[in-house]
Every structure is written in C-alpha cells, then in structure tokens.
Design a protein around this ligand. Structure first.
Ligand SMILES: Cc1ncc(COP(=O)(O)O)c(C=O)c1O
Length: 460
C-alpha cells in the first residue's frame, strides 16, 4: 500500500495511536487539565486552542461536571434502557430537546458521532419503510465531508473512494460541498453554492428520486472543510429540493452542535433550511464521557414505532453516567451563557486573526461562525496557492505549537486537494484575555513556520 494512502493526513500520524508497553517516545504524557490548559508530566503547560478535536467545549476539569459524574457514579453507572429509564436519561432528553426546539422532540443516545450517524441512517431507512417507501436506500453526501470512522459512516465521507477501506464501504452518491474560500474557475462563493445545490437535484434525478433516502451534510464544515459554510440561500434551496423529492435532510452536527457556533444547533442559523434529523456528539459529552445521538420529530418516531419500533442500539446506549455528564454539560453551557460568549469571543478571535494577514503571507483565509473557526495556510495569499503536499504541515505546525505552549490541530483532507487549515476552536469558556494569549502564541508559530518554509524554498 502506498505511503499516499496510509499517510493521508500526516506522515507521522497513526503510529502513536497504538499503545506500546513502554509508551511512545514520540509524544509527551498528559498529566492533568484545567480550564483552557493541559499539563504534561514534565510540567509543561499548553493552551488547548482547539478543544482537542473540537470536543472539550467547557474546558477541562469543570467542577460541576466532575461533581455530577461522581454523584451519578455513586448511584449507578450502568443500566440498559430496555429495563429501566434513568432520571439522568430523561432530564437530558428534556433539556436537549427544549434547547433544540420544535421539531426536535425525541433524542436517541449512543456513545460517539460515528454511532450517531449509523443509528440516524438506520432510523431513516425504517422511517421510509414505515411510509411504504422501501425502495429508498441511497444516500447523498458531500465532498469534502467527514461523518465518522465506522464502515457505514465512512461510506458518506467525502474522500471515501480514495480510502483503503473503499471496497468494504457502501459509498454514498457524492456532490460537491459549497466551499467558501476556493471555488473552481469561473465561480465565486454565491454562484458555486448555487451550482452545488443544483448538483443535489441532479444527483437525485439521476439516481431515481424514489430510491433516494437522505441527503447528509455538515451545516458548518468541521475537520474536512475547516469551518467553511454556505450562503443562506443554499440551506433554503437544499430544503426545497429534499421536500420536492421526498428525501430526508440530515444535518451532522457532531461538531457544530452543542452551542459551538453560538446557537445551540447550527441549524438554528438557517430556520428555512431546517433538517428532518440532526446528529450530535463531541460537545454534548464535552470530553468528560462518550455521548452522542440524534434528534427526531415526534411524527417520525411515532411512525417508526407503529411500524415495529427501533431496536438497533449499542450496549452503552443512553447509559446513566453518560447522560448525567451530558446534562451537567448543558446546564453549565446555559447557566454560564457560553453561547453568547462563543459569539462574542469568536468574532474577536477572527478579527485578531484577520489583523495578522497583512504581515503573515501564509495566512490565506480566516473563517468561521461562533467558536467554530479555522485559518487556511497557503503558499501565496494572492493566488490562494495551496501548501505543497510534500510538506507534513500537520506534524510540523503541531511541533512548533507545542514549543510555544499551544496545542494546534491542523487538518488536510483528500491528500491536500482542498488545502491545509488549522482549526481555531477554543473551549467556549475562552475569555478575551485567553484569545489574546492564543493569538500572541499563534502569531509566533506562524512567523516561525513562514520563515522556515521560505528558507526551505516552499513559498511562491
Ligand atoms: C462532523 C463529524 N461527524 C461525525 C464524526 C465522528 O464522531 P466520532 O469520532 O465521535 O465517532 C466526527 C468526528 O470528528 C465529525 O467531525
């Protein structure tokens, strides 16, 4: 197998994820975390400027969540939902559906984003059968996109055709995602988004509308699009097309949900594009305990239940401990008014980053909404030329960041076809002072990297 296939995101990536008996010489060991910071065993302190992989929305060691965990653990950690419901379970469902609003009336809980997507797809299929449409099974998703690493979810991922797993997947029909920074020749942001919406209709017609089950998209792109999102009309148009052909619209809000964009769901930014189903994970458990799931309207759940029910789940579905954690995370999110803070500080972060662009030529794009942001690195600002794919940007920038006390999460997808970006997704607790520290450290990292790339002849 070629290096290109294995080393899609990073040449060094992967090895450190296999634990060795004596530990890995490559990376430091984590000792503890508090708020915006984590410490390694050598006592080095790092600011977590991406909330890990966009998960630690409340920061580390939040006292309320730790206390809720302890209290629930003392009562009972595990019970299976076929026998009992738990207080944590129902209270979380109540709060979650109240925050999500009308049309998101029921919550199904699992343990990760990948599982959430699997269950949501299976539920969609059962719903189609319940209304006499068993011919519907095809899925449409976007390129680039990411929906998980289980085999079902992987079939939706934008680069699934290039995956070494490709022969084992059920690939979705893929249409282009409405990228906001770089469009094919002859398009701008608006005209490309319009074209991308047309592609959805064309894909449905080509597949045969009666065979298409759902269109799955991230309303604000996560790791494989680096916080790019479409103009408002795209969401409205997509909803219209799905309605016209009876196709379900699923928003993957594993990253964009739980207040990350400054609204509880990113869907709330586009009420005229409201999805039928929404998946969530990451920020709901906040990194304290694995938790994910999907939200559905009463009518859909009732239809599936009437047709025989939805019995597909996992052993840890709706575990009381996970739900107690999720409940405490949501209570903290609300009571600390962290969504307002995400809006305010996210805007401040983008402004500060934009102010660096005139003097840092590798800083190509600054984008995002709330605290779901990214910066894209380029070898030429004017032409938006991508970084050379022979560079291991992810590893190099991570190392430089750690030297400056900053944990950076750089991403590249489809072998660099769409560019290189750094997620800028601090915990939602970040204050203005935290953002100042973040930007100060990041500026040093970017300047050092720029000088280094110039010296190695990598800049245009
Ligand atoms: C948009 C999106 N969907 C689904 C997933 C899969 O979530 P998990 O890693 O919890 O399985 C991710 C993970 O990064 C994601 O970003």
């Amino acid at each position: 197998m070629s290096e290109r296939v294995i080393g899609e995101h990073s040449k060094g990536g992967g090895l450190q994820h296999f634990w060795m008996p004596k530990g890995s010489p490559q990376i430091p060991r984590i000792a503890r975390g508090e708020g915006m910071y984590v410490w390694d065993e050598q006592g080095n302190r790092y600011m977590d400027c991406t909330s890990g992989p966009v998960v630690v929305n409340l920061g580390h060691s939040n006292p309320r969540v730790l206390e809720a965990m302890r209290r629930q653990a003392e009562k009972i950690c595990y019970s299976y939902p076929t026998g009992f419901e738990s207080e944590a379970n129902t209270e979380l469902a109540n709060l979650l559906t109240a925050e999500a609003g009308e049309g998101f009336d029921r919550a199904f809980f699992v343990s990760s984003g990948s599982e959430a997507m699997e269950k949501c797809l299976e539920f969609s299929r059962l719903f189609a059968i319940s209304r006499g449409q068993s011919s519907r099974y095809k899925l449409i998703s976007r390129n680039p996109s990411y929906h998980g690493s289980s085999l079902g979810a992987m079939g939706l991922n934008g680069d699934s055709a290039n995956s070494p797993m490709a022969p084992m997947l059920h690939p979705s029909i893929q249409i282009p995602a409405p990228l906001s920074y770089r469009q094919p020749a002859g398009y701008n942001r608006d005209s490309y988004a319009r074209r991308c919406a047309e592609c959805l209709e064309e894909a449905i017609l080509e597949a045969g509308p009666e065979t298409v089950l759902a269109y799955v998209m991230e309303p604000v792109m996560g790791l494989t699009g680096g916080a790019q999102y479409a103009p408002d009309f795209y969401y409205t148009r997509v909803r219209e097309i799905c309605d016209q052909y009876g196709v379900l619209l699923i928003y993957d809000e594993v990253i964009s949900g739980a207040g990350r964009t400054g609204r509880f769901l990113a869907s709330h930014w586009w009420p005229r594009g409201r999805p039928d189903l929404v998946t969530f994970a990451k920020g709901i458990g906040g990194g304290y305990y694995p938790l994910g799931g999907f939200l559905a309207p009463d009518a859909m759940v009732d239809a599936v239940v009437a047709a025989g029910g939805f019995h597909l789940g996992h052993t840890y579905k709706a575990s009381p401990l996970a739900c107690a954690v999720g409940l405490a995370v949501l209570q903290e999110l609300k009571e600390q008014d962290l969504m307002s803070r995400a809006l305010e500080q996210g805007e401040y972060l983008r402004k500060r980053l934009v102010s660096l662009q005139p003097s840092i030529s590798i800083l190509g794009d600054v984008r995002g909404i709330g605290q779901l942001n990214a910066i894209e690195l380029v070898s030429d600002q004017a032409t938006k030329a991508r970084m050379s794919t022979s560079l291991d940007v992810q590893e190099e920038i991570k190392r430089l960041g750690m030297k400056e006390g900053l944990l950076i999460y750089a991403r590249r997808t489809s072998f660099g076809e769409f560019g290189d970006w750094l997620m800028m997704t601090p915990p939602l607790i970040a204050t203005r002072e935290d953002i100042d520290v973040l930007v100060e450290r990041l500026e040093k990292v970017l300047r050092t990297y720029q000088d280094d790339l110039a010296a190695r002849g990598f800049l245009d």
